[in-house]
Ligand binder design. Structure first.
Ligand code: ADP
Length: 170
């Protein structure tokens, strides 16, 4: 199925709560334990129900820049792709490469299960402190340059500043 001739996915931009997205897979900005946390992670676990954390307990965590996939349980989305973004330390500890890896690895997990539509939150830009303008550039640049069978990516902003940062780029 993988082909170098796939067009890049279309990029849709919206503001809202990612847990309500009717897509094949939503991406979670998780922490390395995969056992839940605050922000989007907490919202996804609440909406998916307790089966999600039970399933995540079997996965042995996840390294920064990597991604693991689970069912979506009570979510509309069939899958949740859990990726661990880098904590921002000023940009000199490989943060851009690690953040790009989150987007690439998430698209790879989507391809493995045949997910055609995927929604991403702005990974690392909450508690992990990654500046939104640079994070948005990494997100858009990586999604556009990664070969994938995903046909539609939704960038879900949770606030106006995030929406504006993406708008500047699209
Ligand atoms: P991280 O630890 O990777 O920074 P956070 O969850 O703290 O993760 O924040 C990542 C991004 O997700 C932030 O832009 C935050 O505003 C956003 N966010 C928080 N809750 C939701 C939600 N329910 N839907 C979509 N985005 C959300």
């Amino acid at each position: 199925m993988d082909s170098p001739h796939n067009p890049p996915p279309s990029l849709e931009l919206l503001i809202g709560d990612i847990t309500g997205e009717d897509v094949d897979a939503i991406v979670n900005a998780a922490n390395s334990s995969l056992l839940g946390g605050g922000g989007v992670d907490g919202a996804i676990h609440r909406a998916a129900g307790p089966e999600l954390v039970e399933h995540c307990r079997t996965l042995g965590g996840c390294e920064t820049g990597q991604a693991k996939i689970t069912p979506g349980f009570k979510l509309l989305a069939r899958w949740v792709i859990h990726t661990v973004g880098p904590v921002w330390h000023g940009g000199t500890r490989g943060e851009p490469e690690l953040l790009a890896s989150c987007y690439r690895e998430s698209l790879a997990r989507a391809d493995e299960v045949g997910a055609a539509t995927v929604a991403f939150p702005a990974i690392s830009t909450g508690v992990y402190g990654y500046p939104i303008e640079t994070a948005a550039a990494v997100a858009v640049g990586t999604i556009r340059s990664t070969p994938t069978n995903v046909s539609e990516v939704r960038l879900v902003a949770f606030n106006q500043q995030t929406l504006d940062a993406y708008r500047e780029l699209l």
